[in-house]
Design a protein around this ligand. Structure first.
Ligand SMILES: [Zn+2]
Length: 294
């Protein structure tokens, strides 16, 4: 188990993307031999002050979180517009309403093959109606579930999602967030849900490979996430912040923006730019957004 920890064995045969310096060497990252070469598309959907990220690779899809209930129709529309009929995997990073508010509707609307759940042995089981509806929907449709554990992997096309952390013992559901990475021949992506310092420290202590070209800033760019030690291990080229315009939480935090800039990340924000799409085009990692930055 945990074969990916501490050693390079799992990554043999893949281009050394994670350790390549940014920018100048990007064009050298050709797809590995024997793979379809279809590029991975990361879509950071614009769900206001809520979250939904779609990974597309090899004709399949993974959805990480499912927005809040206010964005239910928009989420279903955006997923359909992206060509989703089946979700190979649906990930619930943690059970807060801004991540699971439209999850029951997603389960009703699309064929979902498997759901990855947080490790509820580390926190009191949620009692919200929103959470119960999701679990009832999963049970009604007999959808297989798996509880997150470090080292669990899921293949999608030429890519692999790997769970790196499954939260810490907590009564703060943010710290229950599943953290993981998606690696394909053309890009690497790291997500931590709304994980705060506990989740980040757990990942640092685990010795897992945190280096990633694309990083979704934890907890909507909050000051409680994206600590310096953590970012120094991630060193993303592109950081995406998912948050709502003029939200009540002050997300993203100004210092967090500075810290991301300090490690060399180009910052993209759904509150100012709408949905953000990241993919590799002609060897170059590219982000594009619905709108120009304000
Ligand atoms: Zn959140």
């Amino acid at each position: 188990m945990n074969q990916y920890l501490g050693g390079p064995s799992l990554w043999e045969g893949l281009p050394a993307l994670d350790f390549a310096p940014p920018a100048s060497s990007q064009a050298a990252s050709a797809p590995a031999a024997g793979v379809s070469g279809e590029s991975t598309v990361l879509r950071f959907l614009d769900m206001g002050q809520s979250d939904a990220t779609l990974i597309q690779q090899g004709g399949g899809f993974i959805l990480i979180d499912a927005a809040d209930s206010a964005h239910s129709e928009k989420l279903l529309h955006d997923l359909q517009a992206a060509g989703v009929e089946t979700l190979d995997l649906l990930v619930m990073t943690h059970p807060h309403a801004d991540h699971i508010g439209a999850m029951a509707q997603v389960l009703e609307t699309f064929t979902v093959k498997q759901v990855l759940l947080p490790d509820f042995t580390k926190a009191p089981l949620p009692t919200t109606r929103t959470f119960e509806k999701v679990m009832e929907q999963i049970a009604d449709q007999n959808i297989p579930t798996v509880t997150a554990a470090p080292g669990w992997t899921f293949s999608l096309g030429d890519g692999t999602l790997t769970v790196l952390g499954a939260g810490v013992e907590t009564d703060n559901y943010n710290e229950l967030s599943i953290a993981g990475r998606f690696d394909s021949p053309d890009l690497s992506y790291l997500f931590t849900g709304d994980g705060e310092s506990g989740v980040e420290q757990d990942l640092l202590d685990s010795g897992a490979n945190l280096s990633a070209q694309v990083y979704k800033a934890g907890h909507h760019g909050s000051s409680t996430s994206s600590g310096e030690a953590f970012l120094s291990r991630v060193r993303p080229q592109i950081a995406v912040i998912s948050c709502g315009l003029d939200n009540d939480y002050g997300h993203p935090d100004a210092e967090t923006l500075d810290k991301l800039t300090a490690v060399g990340a180009q910052i993209w924000r759904t509150d100012q730019q709408g949905a953000v799409t990241v993919r590799r085009v002609n060897g170059q990692l590219q982000a594009e957004s619905e709108k120009e930055a304000a």
